[in-house]
Design a protein around this ligand. Structure first.
Ligand code: C2E
Ligand code: MG
Ligand code: MG
Ligand code: MG
Length: 287
């Protein structure tokens, strides 16, 4: 994974297949005790409004420090955790931890920030999600409107009646919902009318090539316009360059997230970053 190559001691570029198979086994076996051994943590990446650069919240991103593999990227272990079912327990921990941290932000005077938590389709199918969400909010003392849940289009495939019911119940509590990696899935767009969604997160693959590739620019433009028509906000992911920022602004995208503004940070570093930013309320995003 080139994006965090500097920090990952875990290497996935080995062409040696047996190494991958071995790593899969190590990951599979390592997931079971990882929660009790406190090997997971969350990093937080700021989400900002595109026009004023105001901080509106952060996405919680799971990190796993494995005793021998080192830092294993989520794209590597989450699919395994989904296969084994461990993602349900891990996801419950993520919800609790993210809500505790978000409650800290308001105690530290950082204002009412939203924490966004990624959910696996399995958490919906398992049937315990609503209970886990309510428990996480209650234990943290966090207002439901400060929690946003990110689901991918793959969640929307299958038993949609049950899913729509679950999402409606969560929404009724005041929780916000976002569709992550929007545009990469296969779902039918009609679900956007039936689901109580607040926000579309435009996948970073479209953002990355927007300036060179006219097709990607058209896709981003279409998503932004459709979202505006449906009364939804749009967050562009993976904004790495000033020219991405400028192009997104011209297209009317409302929120941004990416290395151009800030990388995902450990909890304390995020709180400091947010406090710094609050100290300069008029600071527009540099570009
Ligand atoms: P995602 O939800 O789409 O998260 C955004 C990913 O883009 C994160 O990767 C983030 O570090 C990365 N990113 C942010 N800005 C930039 C940028 O400017 N350039 C580039 N190249 N990348 C950027 P990360 O943290 O490796 O997470 C990967 C995926 O793992 C996430 O994609 C999400 O699908 C999944 N994930 C992470 N945490 C959790 C979790 O707690 N539960 C579940 N179920 N999935 C999670
Ligand atoms: Mg996400
Ligand atoms: Mg995404
Ligand atoms: Mg993703």
């Amino acid at each position: 994974q080139a994006k965090e190559a500097g920090r990952n001691t875990f290497r996935s570029h080995h062409l040696d297949v047996s190494t991958d198979v071995l790593n899969d086994l190590v990951i599979r076996n390592g997931l079971r005790p990882a929660l009790e051994r406190n090997e997971f943590s969350l990093h937080y990446q700021p989400i900002l409004t595109l026009d004023s650069g105001a901080l509106i919240g952060a996405e919680a991103l799971l990190r796993w420090q494995h005793p021998t593999l080192g830092n294993v990227p989520p794209d590597r272990f989450i699919p395994v955790a989904e296969l084994t079912g461990h993602i349900v327990g891990i996801g419950e921990w993520v919800l609790g931890e993210a809500c505790r941290e978000a409650a800290n932000w308001s105690r530290r005077g950082l204002g009412e920030l939203t924490v966004s938590v990624n959910l696996s389709p399995l958490q919906f199918r398992h049937g315990t999600l609503e209970a886990h969400v309510s428990a996480a909010l209650a234990e943290a003392g966090l207002s439901a409107r400060c929690l946003e849940l990110e689901i991918t289009e793959s969640t929307l495939i299958g038993d949609t009646a049950t899913l729509v019911g679950q999402l409606a119940n969560l929404k009724a509590q005041g929780i916000r919902l976002a569709i992550d990696d929007f545009g990469t899935g296969y779902s039918c767009l009609a679900y956007l009318r039936r689901l109580p969604v607040d926000r579309l997160k435009i996948d970073r693959s479209f953002v990355a090539d927007m300036s060179q590739d006219a097709d990607d620019a058209s896709i981003v433009r279409a998503i932004v316009q459709m979202a505006a028509g449906l009364g939804l906000r749009t967050t562009a992911e993976g904004v790495e360059e000033a020219h991405h920022h400028d192009a997104l602004k011209a297209l009317g995208c409302t929120e941004v997230q990416g290395y151009h503004y800030a990388r995902p940070m450990p909890a304390d570093a995020f709180a400091c970053w947010a406090a710094d930013r609050l100290g300069q309320p008029s600071a527009a995003i540099s570009d």
